[in-house]
Design a protein around this ligand. Sequence first.
Ligand SMILES: O=C(O)c1ccccc1NCC(=O)[C@H](O)[C@H](O)COP(=O)(O)O
Length: 214
Amino acid sequence: MPQDSKVKICGLRQPEHVELAGRLGAAYVGFVFFPKSPRNVSVAEARELAWAAPVGLAKVALVVNADDATLDAINDSVAIDMWQMHGSESPERVAEIKARYGLPVMKAVGIATADDVPQIDAYAGVADQLLIDAKAPKGADLPGGNGLSFDWQLVKRKYWALPWMLAGGLTPENVGRAQNLTGARQVDVSSGVESAPGVKDPALMEAFINAALA
Ligand SMILES: O=C(O)c1ccccc1NCC(=O)[C@H](O)[C@H](O)COP(=O)(O)O
């Protein structure tokens, strides 16, 4: 595995799990602001989670087509380091948010078939990072965090002129194969380290991080 691999653990809801993720070597933790999600946290809860993060652990606020009032409420109370836009935000909206808050923006792009890949280029010129995820099935409640993977051949050894993160259905068992096949230097996981939807499992977190950083 490349020496500089990085791991994001998404959907944390307990301060001790944020601290654990940092101690285990994760580079990012994600806080989900999406009421339909079993990982949803309030601004007040996220404020406490952020306080639990060790120095150097990047705190990512995950939103879906959020308006400025919602983003203001998060930004005014939670010490975040990056936005993750996981909706249908346009490149123009990404640029607007970057300018408004002065924080890096990671744009999530859902992939199901080869036809979904070209859209990534539109964000490469404006986002700071890309999160390449499995496209949510039609009618799904969640735009992400579904524990579904996509055909990694679609992004095998692809190059975009900005850092990108592979996501979607990753687990301690498959993350190494995903990294080797795609060349991804960063990986993201939510369902694969849970014992139930929204319930992070410390042992699975440790297994995933160790496998991804091996
Ligand atoms: O995780 C959620 O509940 C969620 C809800 C709404 C939008 C996005 C969401 N998650 C986005 C992530 O960054 C997940 O970590 C990513 O989709 C991978 O999830 P999984 O396949 O469960 O590992």
